[in-house]
Write a protein of this length. Structure first.
Length: 531
């Protein structure tokens, strides 16, 4: 409560508070210059392009109101604790509480608001605690150079720019409406901010901190410029995991979420939500306790790149839509295409335990290369519902293994799930000079040979067999004759008559239990030739 009043005129006044008593300084109209010299002073600049300087040492609990016009509000001295309220008012205001290059120890229980207009707010102190900074309407620019605790930065309507350059613990940065740019990449590691873009096509950059990142409504861009520390990332609104309700909701933006700058170092969950989203990653860490889950949600999403390594304890879910999932390497984890005609491509498989399921729709699953180092290695490929295509490329067995009394090299158990649908295709494109084996449909085994090695059954009584489990039109394509000789193998027809298209004989319907084919390589292409 002030006990003294100093009032200007309609002209350009210079008004200085006495500093001995708490004073209300009113500029009224005109381009006034006001100086506050006591910690409890209050400035009301009024109309005009006013300048308010706060020259207080120690603790300041001042209230500064700019009013109409392009006002400049400045803390020009060193204070221990800055509290109170700073309001820019309407107009393109500048609010600077950095202390004029002097030391500002703390902003505590302070409210800074730009209000209407294209405002610029600069803040620097050792800490911000229990405080709120609001830009208001307009295309505002805010720079925060100190760490924040239990505080909120809230932008208003407009294309705002926020630069946070220190720690943010239990604090929030909220972009609100407009095409906002939030640069939080300099927030220190270990911080736990909540960052939300709000409505509009926002750009958010993060780095090594933990926390919750929310793109909000619109086609947002979220980019990790270093190894993200872990947390939850939402492409759409906070808590939206698949997409908004209704048709064409503005929440379902085509978001771009990128972790390509560095290894994700902590447990991270990404929900891109509705829209045709793009999610790119670098290597996801396989260290203890690390788990990365990516959910594309609704829309034709693209997840990963041809340089992405998918390591232990991770999962990818494409969700609804015609999704594309890419990675250069897969070691262990779960990949689900979801509904839609999905394309899943894995460059090199060195898995301990990887499961791929295309889900509903006409999916294509491609594994270009396989290098297996353990008899306990498994890879499960399941096309799911729909007419699916599974393509295997080059496979290399690196160790001499032993299973059920037989020894030799194998590629482990590649399982084509028992939920196969009519019209599915399984095709080999190439193998190296090893004996390979693949366990199709979970019961039987197809053994792949070449001129340098002999057959190995790996404990199965039927050498090289394929089981057709579903009534209908299962399609198995053979390519060429066996290199270095022929070996008779069997196709088992289960649960009724299956239509099998044979390269040598055309389309034949079989009710018998067996017929022969050979497996081999010609011009680098490995296939099954039916006889």
């Amino acid at each position: 409560m002030t006990t003294n009043t100093l009032t200007g005129t309609t002209g350009n006044d210079i008004l200085n508070s006495p500093g001995s008593v708490s004073t209300l300084v009113q500029g009224l109209q005109g381009n006034d210059t006001i100086t506050l010299n006591k910690d409890s002073d209050v400035a009301q600049a009024g109309k005009g392009d006013d300048t308010v300087n706060v020259n207080i040492v120690g603790v300041s609990d001042t209230t500064v109101k700019g009013g109409k016009g392009a006002d400049t509000l400045t803390l020009g001295t060193s204070v221990t604790v800055l509290s109170g309220n700073w309001y820019g008012g309407s107009g393109n205001d500048s609010i600077d509480v950095r202390g004029g290059g002097q030391t500002v120890t703390s902003l505590s229980n302070v409210t800074i608001a730009g209000n209407a207009g294209n405002d610029t707010i600069n803040s620097q102190s050792a800490t911000i605690a229990q405080s709120e900074i609001k830009s208001g309407k307009g295309d505002d620019r805010l720079t925060i150079l100190e760490g924040a605790t239990n505080s909120t930065v809230r932008m208003g309507k407009g294309a705002d720019s926020i630069h946070a350059l220190a720690s943010f613990t239990s604090s929030s940065i909220l972009g609100n409406s407009g095409f906002d740019t939030i640069s939080a990449s300099a927030i220190t590691a270990g911080s736990t901010p909540f960052i939300g873009g709000g409505k509009g096509t926002d750009s958010i950059s993060i780095a090594t901190q933990l926390g919750t990142i929310v793109g909000g409504y619109g086609a947002d861009s979220i980019t990790a410029l270093a190894a993200f520390g872990g947390g939850i990332v939402y492409g759409d609104a906070n808590g939206v995991t698949t997409g908004g309700t209704g048709t064409g909701t503005s929440a379902d933006g085509a978001d771009r979420i990128s972790f390509s700058a560095g290894t994700v170092s902590g447990a991270t969950t990404v929900y891109s939500g509705g829209g045709n989203d793009i999610i790119t990653t670098a290597n996801t860490s396989g260290t203890a306790g690390t788990n990365m889950h990516i959910d594309g949600g609704k829309g034709a999403d693209k997840i990963g790149t041809t340089s992405t390594t998918f390591l232990a304890s991770n999962s990818i879910y494409g969700g609804d839509g015609h999704d594309t999932i890419l990675m250069i390497n897969s070691v262990s984890g779960l990949i689900l295409g979801g509904k839609g005609n999905d394309s899943i491509k894995i460059g090199t498989y060195t898995a301990l335990d990887t499961s791929v399921n295309g889900g509903a729709g006409n999916d294509t699953i491609t594994v270009s290369n396989g290098a297996v180092n353990s008899a306990a290695t498994f890879m499960t490929l399941n096309g799911g519902g729909g007419v699916d295509s599974i393509v295997l490329g080059s496979w290399t067995a690196n160790n001499v293994l032993s299973a059920a009394g037989a020894s030799g090299n194998n590629i482990g158990n590649v399982v084509y799930g028992s939920a196969a649908a009519a019209g599915d295709v399984i095709r080999f494109t190439n193998t190296l000079n090893v004996v390979d084996s693949a366990n199709w449909l979970g019961d039987t085994q197809i053994a792949v040979n070449n001129a340098r090695n002999g057959w190995t059954a790996y404990g199965f009584s039927q050498v090289g067999s394929i089981g057709c489990f579903v009534n209908g039109d299962d399609l198995i394509i053979g390519v060429a004759s066996f290199v270095g000789g022929t070996v008779g193998v069997n196709v088992n027809i289960i649960n009724g008559a299956e239509l099998v298209k044979v390269t040598n004989l055309g389309a034949l319907t079989y009710n018998a239990s067996n017929f022969g084919f050979t497996v081999g390589t010609v011009d680098g292409q490995l296939g099954i030739t039916f006889t």
